[in-house]
Design a protein around this ligand. Structure first.
Ligand code: 3PG
Length: 306
């Protein structure tokens, strides 16, 4: 089968080699299509593809229509909001993700971002310590649990909210369960967001929630920019000069936020949470193995459009 590795943000070279080795050993033909400039380039590149490995690359209805032989798309990573699942399903294209494979990299970045903000973006200004502070984790999945564990090692208290877990499961995962998003924000000196972008979560974090946070709190977003109501964030930061926002998913209004709030806000220039060679190897090789397995045995364990 013809497998297209379409990554606008490339994998580390060691991961690309590993992906090729796995697919070619199983008799597949691999084309690597990296750092493309325009979405139209991706549309043009998929004409022959029977399988795709992607990252945050946008597999839209147009891409699927331009790939008449496409049978499977594997998102090497967790979030699949970049794939038009309805268009894929309508064409019988299987979509999978590789849950958990890049989680540690994202969790390490979330912790780094907290300390970066606690130390006023590594400027000489007097900062604060995270030890003894309370971290709220919004969604205690693969990434959230790792953030919680690392925060505990730093001497933080951890609270978590997750609608899919019982109190017992959250306690077993080392956190104090809370039962509403309002309660979570109200108790969190640091709040780390790990929810997916879904119709129900888009713009769900705004003025009301953010202003519930305690004095001096920091909101950390390594998830998706879409879950933030940016106007609400702006208002909250205006009204509460003690609050900070740090993110790996740059808000559309970042220039305005920076101008108004200076060192109280920070966004990475490009999403880098999963950008470690370890995460690239874990997620990329898992994606390659899932494709090999799918064509060999029909295994759809990680399918997300069932
Ligand atoms: C994910 O959903 O897995 C992360 O957001 C990583 O995305 P990336 O592969 O584009 O870095």
């Amino acid at each position: 089968m013809k497998v297209l590795v379409a990554t606008q943000k490339p994998f580390a070279a060691v991961a690309v080699k590993g992906i090729k080795d796995i697919l070619e050993a199983a008799g597949h033909e691999v084309t690597v299509f990296e750092k493309y400039a325009e979405q139209s380039d991706l549309v043009a590149a998929v004409a022959d593809a029977e399988a795709m490995i992607i990252r945050s690359d946008k597999v839209t209805a147009e891409v699927i229509a331009a790939a008449p032989k496409l049978k499977i798309v594997v998102r090497a990573g967790a979030g699949y909001d970049n794939v038009d699942l309805a268009a894929a399903s309508a064409r019988g294209v299987v979509v999978m993700n590789t849950p958990g494979q890049n989680s540690n990299a994202v969790a390490e970045l979330a912790i780094a971002m907290m300390i970066f903000m606690a130390r006023t973006q590594f400027t000489p200004a007097t900062g604060s310590e995270v030890q003894g502070k309370r971290l709220g984790v919004q969604a205690y999945g693969n990434v959230g649990r790792l953030v919680g564990a690392k925060a505990r090692a730093l001497g933080m208290e951890v609270s978590a909210l997750d609608p899919f877990l019982s109190d017992e499961q959250i306690i077993a995962g080392g956190a104090d369960p809370v039962h509403s998003v309002e309660e979570l924000y109200a108790c969190s000196d640091y709040l780390s967001i790990h929810i997916p972008a879904l119709p129900a979560t888009i713009k769900s974090i705004g003025y009301d929630l953010i202003t519930r946070m305690p004095k001096g709190a920091t909101l950390v977003n390594t998830a998706r920019k879409e879950v933030i109501d940016e106007d609400g964030l702006m208002r909250a930061l205006e009204e509460r000069p003690d609050l900070k926002y740090v993110t790996d998913v740059m808000p559309d209004n970042y220039a305005a936020l920076q101008e108004k709030f200076g060192l109280r806000v920070f966004a990475t220039p490009k999403k880098m949470g999963a950008q470690t060679s370890e995460a690239n190897v874990n997620a990329g090789l898992a994606a390659a193995r899932q494709i090999v397995d799918y064509f060999a045995t029909g295994n759809v364990r990680f399918q997300v459009n069932k």
